[in-house]
Ligand binder design. Structure first.
Ligand SMILES: N=c1c2ncn([C@@H]3O[C@H](COP(=O)(O)OP(=O)(O)OP(=O)(O)O)[C@@H](O)[C@H]3O)c2ncn1[C@@H]1O[C@H](COP(=O)(O)O)[C@@H](O)[C@H]1O
Length: 107
């Protein structure tokens, strides 16, 4: 169990995007522009899908981490706040009425 969250990673990406560290992969990728960030997300998503189809759980775990990282980088490059995505997910959950049930202890 880890308490590391997408918000934690998002904050790191925001800091690295504007850092002076030329070794930062985040800074380099965002510097290449939105199309490159989008291409990387697509590649990582395909790799995750292949790992899942193969039934390779370890590979899927690694590729899923790449997908989440590259998705957050793309959102940053596009100036779309992670909070907006989370609000959209919460809105959809509220529509189904499942939000309260999820936070209530199981019967
Ligand atoms: N989670 C990640 C993460 N996941 C994947 N990657 C990088 O994503 C790259 C993907 O590898 P590829 O071989 O597909 O890409 P590449 O050939 O290096 O690059 P391209 O020429 O294809 O663009 C690798 O260089 C990985 O290091 C990540 N780089 C950074 N992070 C996080 O971002 C933080 C800041 O990193 P820096 O910006 O490098 O300081 C780190 O502490 C991590 O928390």
């Amino acid at each position: 169990m880890t308490d590391f969250t997408l918000s934690d990673l998002d904050a790191i990406i925001a800091a690295r995007a504007t850092s002076a560290d030329e070794k930062s992969y985040t800074r380099k990728l965002i510097g290449k522009g939105v199309p490159k960030c989008a291409q990387k997300l697509g590649e990582e998503a395909v790799e995750a899908a292949i790992a899942a189809a193969r039934g390779d759980q370890a590979e899927l775990t690694a590729e899923a981490a790449d997908v989440l990282y590259h998705l957050l980088v793309l959102l940053k490059a596009c100036d779309v706040p992670l909070q907006d995505v989370m609000a959209e997910l919460q809105r959809r959950t509220a529509q189904t009425g499942l939000e309260e049930k999820a936070s209530r202890p199981a019967d």
